[in-house]
Design a protein around this ligand. Structure first.
Ligand code: GLN
Ligand code: ZN
Length: 769
């Protein structure tokens, strides 16, 4: 096929669409069902209406082949677990008794059975439910959902393409079931799983599916030769089936690298590739393997993970190159639109000038459709749209919001010295010991105390205008008084103010920094019915006024013990926001770091002897490919140091991290050069303490001894045992005693009881040392 005739057939499609509905109708229906207020029938009706509305929106945007099966009542990995019949034994009875309740039991657990573990979907903020497999796992096809939703779309007159998580990714993201050896590799079950996929494909074919998409994002990660062989085998076998639809194997979030030749050679009819961000390397790689002769290429040229309008001219240029590399080229967002909010058109409060720079799911679908039209009909057919796009891009590039000369001058002037504490650690440690005079095994908490109903009500009252800012402040101050008094009485050594005034550890700062944007309806699914509204890093970042100093001063004024200043670090500010795509992340991080640096020095000037800068997201933003990690860790750790290095030797800098698995970032943890780090450690029985010791970590460490993710109260003995384990790795004069994380999700009774255990354990050990 020539490039010209390929262009004539170009269509737009998407891999998936947000599930929740414009007004989060799905959340309301599901939570209503859990409470018994919504029937199963009503829930299914709402779900079907939302699917119909999504397909309508896509069609209206100009998408000519809609996805099905991307919708989910909880999670698409859990849906795949159901589709391949991999129900964990402990959930079997519940699923057999009532598939819907059994489904939610797997997702959320019940009084009797634990849910599936939840973990992050690649480097996004979406969480999936981890399949549990073992040598005895058997699979059986359960095509009801896939076929049902496909049939539904057909009945509505759509050309539809069912989407399933592919077999290789399904297995690579699974973990050994409880009781199975920890080193059991689920990928060894491939031969058992493929016949089940064959059956699902046959059923979809029988229902009328022309194409089926199998998502294989796990292939964009570094893979062993054995894993690549498994992928080759999987698609050789599925490709060889006679009774099957055409297969589109989709990858996203990064380049395919070594997996590209494997998939290009596979006997499947199409590949979907991401061409945005680090995945842009797919373009050269594709040319290097000689393109995809005879195949369909779905080109992900519209960033499916961020909220900015596309550079249509640049995308058209990419597409023009791609037209010579495949038989048919279709246009799509780079990945499922699950990761962006539904409709930028709903954002009435954003300055219309800035709103023009934003594209959410609906707008991205329209961009893909417009690009497809440009290819089909020639750019002459879309000149007006291209001109408008150029104007919007120019307005963004030239805006005082994205170009603040003062911020630019300051970031440009940053030196290596600015990102280094002037004194070496031993000198700092001595100065801090003298100033703080803390006992051995000092006790502290991570920052937040329970976010009680009263606090939430106060915030809602403020938002609704039922109380004014002064009344709100008074309520928060009352809470700080209580939290400080409690901590003194309980005998904690380094106190916190409790963070009652913070809705969220990122949003709270985003609201106060210039250059950040808040959305009204920008909800994105985090997991299940939990949605977050990430703020948008839209412009150059500056701090018009101190953000936390008054709260610190108030709390410190109530006690003689040191109160920690409490901030969110630059990497976490980026990780839990939508970031700029018009400059390197490192530049944005540096701007945020400088704003935080001013806050840190202001806290010091206000009397803070300890300042904690949380970086729980340092690990999760790690690039998917190992080759990209050093560069990331370089700017990530530099931005932390830039934020924290403006203080005196006797001011103690703490940091905090959670969500374990520190292995890959051990060196980076050291490079933060924080005086004290607290980490999540309870569930892994202090593994991180041993890892740090093995890596020669020279500074102070507080491995958590209370798993705050559970309402369970640890006994004094448990806490003591964990501390003794920690002491085998970390010397007593460098060990802190603290919980795993902040206490905002806990209630007061268990908080008091647990902290008593923790403090008593520390006191007992002190006597022994
Ligand atoms: N200081 C924050 C808190 O205590 C830290 C939260 C986190 O690490 N996720 O809530
Ligand atoms: Zn934490």
């Amino acid at each position: 096929m020539t490039a010209k005739s390929a262009a004539a057939a170009t269509r737009a499609t998407v891999h998936g669409y947000p599930r929740q509905g414009r007004n989060r109708e799905l959340k309301k229906a599901i939570e209503g069902y859990w409470k018994g207020a919504v029937t199963a029938d009503a829930l299914h009706t709402t779900a079907a209406e939302l699917r119909r509305e999504n397909w309508r929106q896509l069609t209206e945007a100009g998408v000519r082949e809609v996805p099905t099966g991307d919708f989910s009542l909880y999670d698409h990995m859990l849906d795949t677990t159901v589709a391949v019949g991999a129900i964990p034994a402990r959930h079997r009875a519940a699923v057999d008794a009532d598939p819907l309740d059994g489904y939610f039991a797997m997702a959320r657990g019940t009084q009797e059975v634990a849910p599936l573990e939840m973990t992050k979907w690649f480097d996004t903020n979406y969480h999936y439910l981890v399949p549990e497999l073992g040598p005895d796992s058997v699979f059986s096809a359960c095509p009801a959902k896939a076929v049902g939703e496909f049939t539904e779309a057909l009945a509505l007159g759509h050309t539809a393409r069912p989407v399933l998580v592919g077999p290789v990714t399904y297995l690579l993201l699974a973990k050994p079931a409880p009781g199975v050896a920890e080193d059991f590799p689920p990928i060894t079950l491939l031969d058992r799983l493929l016949p089940v996929y064959a059956e699902l494909l046959a059923e979809l074919r029988a229902a009328g599916a022309d194409w089926v998409q199998l998502d294989e994002p796990a292939l964009v990660q570094d893979r062993t030769p054995a894993e690549l062989n498994a992928a080759a085998r999987a698609y050789r076998e599925l490709g060889a089936l006679t009774d099957r639809p055409k297969l589109l194997v989709a990858s996203y979030f990064d380049r395919l690298g070594e997996a590209l030749p494997v998939l290009a050679k596979a006997p499947v009819e199409g590949l979907a590739l991401d061409f945005t961000g680090p995945a842009a390397a797919n373009l050269d790689d594709l040319a290097a393997v000689g393109g995809l002769p005879g195949k369909r290429l779905v080109a992900g040229v519209v960033d499916g993970r961020n909220v900015w309008i596309n550079d249509l001219g640049r995308s058209l240029a990419t597409l023009a190159t791609l037209l010579g590399l495949a038989d048919q080229v279709d246009v799509a967002p780079s990945c499922s639109l699950l990761h962006v909010p539904i409709d930028a058109g709903l954002e009435r409060d954003i300055d219309p000038q800035i709103a023009r720079w934003l594209a959410f799911a609906r707008q991205k679908a329209a961009e893909a459709a417009l690009l497809a039209r440009g290819l089909r009909e020639g750019t002459g057919a879309i000149t007006a749209e291209l001109a408008a796009n150029r104007a919007d891009l120019a307005s963004r590039a030239g805006s005082p919001i994205t170009r603040d000369p003062a911020v630019r001058a300051r970031t440009a002037a940053v030196t290596t010295e600015d990102a280094r504490r002037p004194q070496a650690y031993p000198q700092r440690a001595e100065a801090q010991r003298a100033r703080l005079g803390l006992p051995l095994l000092p006790t502290t908490t991570i920052g937040s105390f329970p976010q009680t109903t009263e606090l939430r009500v106060a915030r809602a009252d403020l938002t609704a205008g039922r109380i004014d800012a002064d009344a709100y402040r008074a309520r928060m101050e009352a809470e700080v008084r209580e939290v400080v008094a409690y901590q003194e009485k309980a005998g904690l050594d380094v106190l916190v103010h409790g963070e009652p005034e913070r809705n969220d550890m990122v949003q709270y700062f985003a609201e106060q920094l210039t250059g950040y944007l808040a959305t009204r309806h920008g909800w994105v699914q985090s997991y299940g019915t939990r949605y977050v509204r990430p703020p948008v890093l839209a412009g150059d970042i500056s701090r018009p006024h101190p953000m936390t100093v008054d709260w610190f001063r108030y709390a410190q004024g109530l006690t003689d013990r040191p109160v920690k200043g409490m901030l969110t670090g630059p990497v976490t500010m980026l990780a839990w926001s939508f970031v700029r795509d018009d400059q390197p992340l490192a530049d944005t991080a540096r701007q945020v770091a400088l704003a935080l640096r001013d806050e840190v020095t202001d806290l010091e000037a206000a009397g803070a002897a300890v300042v904690q800068v949380d970086e729980p997201a340092l690990r999760e933003t790690l690039p998917l490919r190992a080759a990209d990690r050093p560069a990331y860790l370089d700017w990530a750790t530099e931005s932390f140091r830039l934020a924290t290095s403006g203080v005196r030797a006797d001011t103690q800098v703490h940091t905090h991290m959670c969500y374990a698995e520190f292995g890959a970032i051990m060196t980076a943890i050291d490079e933060l050069d924080a005086d004290v780090i607290s980490l999540e450690a309870t569930r892994s029985h202090m593994e991180v303490a041993r890892e740090l010791a093995a890596a020669g970590y020279p500074r102070e460490v507080g491995p958590g001894v209370w798993d705050i993710h559970s309402p369970r109260v640890p006994t004094t003995e448990e806490a003591e045992r964990l501390l003794r384990t920690a002491l085998t790795a970390i010397p007593a004069d460098r060990l802190w005693v603290n919980p795993d994380c902040g206490l905002k999700t806990r209630a007061w009774p268990e908080t008091r009881a647990s902290l008593t255990s923790l403090i008593t354990a520390a006191h007992r050990l002190r006597e022994d040392l």
